[in-house]
Design a protein around this ligand. Structure first.
Ligand code: PMP
Length: 365
């Protein structure tokens, strides 16, 4: 067997699995990109060749997501974590309120940054339920003069995901979609802004994608550092400074891969099938495995579960590792187990995990 082609069952939470076809194409093009005699990493970000890659990725992003003309597509750096600060820095003033819907650690981190720039408040929270659910839509009470309302569309650590987003009327809704962007179709027009670190569904780490309504940029704060203004990047087509060139190339290729797979509808269907295979193993286990998320809030991207005691859990993780499964440990802050089933994780890997779970249960009950 050609060991260089051996792929593991990769359930990492991010950085995570990338499509094999994309990796193979990148490998083929690595040393001599389209006859230039150099790799993408070695060429100027101001060269015509790179501009084609860059603009191609933006165009493909617009096409796949049906992004309306009133929105900018930006490729930034600093991860989703920098967005936690850039959002209030650009859109919040010291006396102004912004609503935060708290569904996990990433919402908490976003909230904390907003406290430095204005007056965030909790619109709703599922903290008292150990973030095992998405708060019910009826619980929301935000103010019509809020600068924005912020939510985390998929909670990577707790394994919960929004299925229907709240209608915030004239108040811009801002969503951290880091761990479920491109996993299903999304109506961009419902949002003032969407942002995501690339390293789960979009590509390698290093690029952060921001989709933002242009009118928000016109009203944004101006007394902030140039590089932290969204308008700086919008005005320079995300080429204000040296961008993560190779990451943008990979992002473009992953977008092409999704299109070849049939687009977001087809990807969503596949993700549903994949997640069901693993949730079924939990639900049919008579309590041997227990899911953390309540059934109606379950994530199709991060499946979190526990076993009856920590020793057994350790045994499970250790045997899984031996059997070739990677990344099944829960986040270090919560423990337990987590299988991340992003777009590039194949159905066969999910089936293999489900079979392993059933086999482990039979052996240890
Ligand atoms: N938001 C969510 C939902 C995440 O899952 C993560 C990272 N796993 C972050 C934000 C932070 O992203 P980054 O590491 O790109 O700053």
């Amino acid at each position: 067997m050609d060991l260089s082609k051996k792929r593991t069952f990769n359930f990492n939470a991010g950085p995570s699995a990338l499509p094999l076809e994309v990796l193979e194409k990148a490998q083929k093009e690595l040393i001599n990109f389209h006859g230039t005699g150099m790799s993408i990493m070695e060429m100027s970000h101001r060269s015509a060749k790179f501009e084609d890659i860059h603009n191609g990725a933006i165009t493909q992003m617009r096409k796949l997501f049906s992004i309306p003309d009133e929105y900018e597509v930006l490729f930034l750096q600093g991860g989703a974590s920098l967005q936690f600060s850039m959002i209030p820095m650009n859109f919040l003033t010291i006396d102004q309120q912004a609503g935060y819907i708290m569904t996990g650690s990433w919402s908490e981190k976003a909230y904390k940054e907003a406290e430095l720039f204005g007056k965030p408040y909790e619109v709703a929270s599922s903290k008292e339920n150990k973030y095992s659910n998405i708060p019910a839509l009826v619980d929301f009470q935000f103010n019509s003069d809020d600068a924005y309302v912020h939510l985390t569309s998929n909670n990577t650590i707790y394994g919960t995901q929004w299925s229907v987003f709240p209608d915030t009327g004239n108040v811009p809704l801002i969503a951290d979609m880091s761990s479920d962007i491109m996993s299903k179709p999304v109506d961009i027009s419902k949002f003032g802004m969407i942002y995501a670190g690339a390293q789960k569904n979009l590509g390698p780490s290093g690029v952060t994608v921001v989709i933002v309504r242009k009118d928000l940029l016109e009203k944004a704060n101006t007394e902030i550092p140039t590089i932290l203004k969204y308008s700086t990047h919008a005005d320079s087509n995300s080429l204000y400074n040296t961008p993560p060139t190779f990451g943008i190339y990979m992002l473009g290729e992953v977008l092409n891969w999704v299109e070849e797979k049939g687009g977001l509808e087809a990807i969503a269907k596949n993700n549903e099938v994949k997640a069901k295979v693993i949730y079924d193993a939990i639900d049919n286990s008579n309590g041997f495995y227990t899911g953390h998320a309540t059934p109606e809030s379950r994530s199709l991207m991060n499946i979190t579960f526990r076993l009856s005691d920590e020793a057994l859990e350790k045994q499970f993780l250790s045997e899984a590792k031996e059997a070739g499964f990677v990344g099944l440990d829960g986040h270090r802050s919560v423990g337990g187990c987590r299988a991340s089933t992003y777009n590039a994780v194949p159905l066969e890997a999910c089936r293999a995990l489900s079979d392993f779970m059933i086999h482990f249960q039979t052996k240890h009950s």
